[in-house]
Design a protein. Structure first.
Length: 162
């Protein structure tokens, strides 16, 4: 029994389920498991002395949810909200927050081997927030690492707000 045949098992590719959205002219995606719901824009109550990228809070079925403008967080030009603007309610760093995006595109399923490391100059978004880039049907989609969106002190401040 010394001549055992070793079967070369190729690692099974995982399928990623992503929610895609746009900011400026770029397409982004986040893991669908992080997204709780997607809402149209609603009235946002401003919070005095909060960081510039925090738009304020919304009341969502009795819960106070802090809302971050991703354009401001990523230092993109600010633009007026329109009918396509959405608030994505997500869990980031164990905190439920709302993220304002230009529009939500689709739910996408892709094999994880399509995701490649992002070159440091590939996007206007800081590379610390990027998990990778996937090319899907001639589109470049930037996958965000949402748990790196907030520094520890920002997490604490948002926990206090909510």
């Amino acid at each position: 029994m010394e001549n055992l045949t070793v079967i070369n098992e190729k690692k099974q590719n995982e399928t990623l389920q992503l929610v895609t959205f746009t900011l400026e002219d770029e397409e982004f995606a986040v893991d669908i498991l992080k997204v709780q719901e997607i809402n149209r824009m609603k009235e946002i109550t401003r919070i005095p002395n909060s960081p510039g990228y925090i738009e304020g809070v919304i009341n969502l079925r009795g819960k106070v949810i802090p809302v971050i403008n991703l354009r401001k967080r990523f230092n993109l030009p600010v633009k007026e909200y329109n009918e396509q603007s959405r608030i994505m309610i997500m869990e980031v760093c164990s905190i439920i927050i709302g993220l304002i995006v230009d529009s939500v595109s689709e739910v996408l399923r892709i094999p994880d081997d399509l995701v490649k490391p992002a070159p440091s100059i590939a996007t206007t978004v800081s590379s610390e927030f990027i998990k990778g880039i996937a090319e899907v049907n001639n589109r470049l989609i930037i996958l965000l690492e949402m748990d790196k969106l907030l520094a520890e002190n920002e997490q604490k401040a948002l926990t206090e707000i909510s």
